[in-house]
Design a protein around this ligand. Structure first.
Ligand SMILES: NC(=O)c1ccc[n+]([C@@H]2O[C@H](COP(=O)([O-])OP(=O)(O)OC[C@H]3O[C@@H](n4cnc5c(N)ncnc54)[C@H](OP(=O)(O)O)[C@@H]3O)[C@@H](O)[C@H]2O)c1
Length: 115
């Protein structure tokens, strides 16, 4: 059995479906202990158990909620004392796109140069 020191620990955000879930599957398949995180506990636990892998652990994480982020950080610190890989996959940011401002730049989609 691997000790924690020899075992790599990964956190994947937004991993209850899509690319994040596949990344967890691939990491766990390569021997990494993967913490599958999701903002919704039900969706996350169901996704984690759907993989049926002993080295996949679920923990709640909403990447836009600082309390949730601190809870995950505490969990990782207490349980593993380290983090080797962070895959920030969650399709969320607080960036607001001003579409009118972007249009006004008249950027050519072919060259990505402002006309
Ligand atoms: N698919 C593509 O072709 C493509 C191309 C370029 C870039 N990307 C990027 O790759 C990433 C994954 O893409 P995908 O196609 O797998 O997307 P997806 O199927 O829509 O999955 C997005 C994941 O992010 C989670 N999420 C959204 N807001 C969150 C939050 N506040 N906190 C935690 N998790 C949150 C979603 O959870 P819920 O289920 O709870 O909504 C879901 O699990 C995204 O960042 C996307 O922008 C994808």
């Amino acid at each position: 059995m691997q000790s924690i020191a020899n075992c790599r620990i990964a956190v994947v955000t937004g991993a209850n479906k899509g690319i994040g879930l596949e990344i967890v599957k691939q990491l766990a398949g390569h021997g990494v202990t993967a913490v599958l995180t999701a903002r919704d506990v039900k969706r996350g636990t169901e996704a984690a158990s759907s993989l049926g892998l002993p080295n996949v652990i679920f923990h709640q994480l909403d990447v836009l909620d600082s309390l949730s982020i601190h809870r995950l950080a505490d969990f990782i610190t207490r349980k593993f004392g380290k983090l080797d890989i962070l895959v920030n996959n969650a399709g969320a940011s607080e960036v607001e796109v001003d579409k009118e401002r972007i249009k006004s730049l008249k950027i050519d989609a072919e060259t990505w140069v402002s006309l």
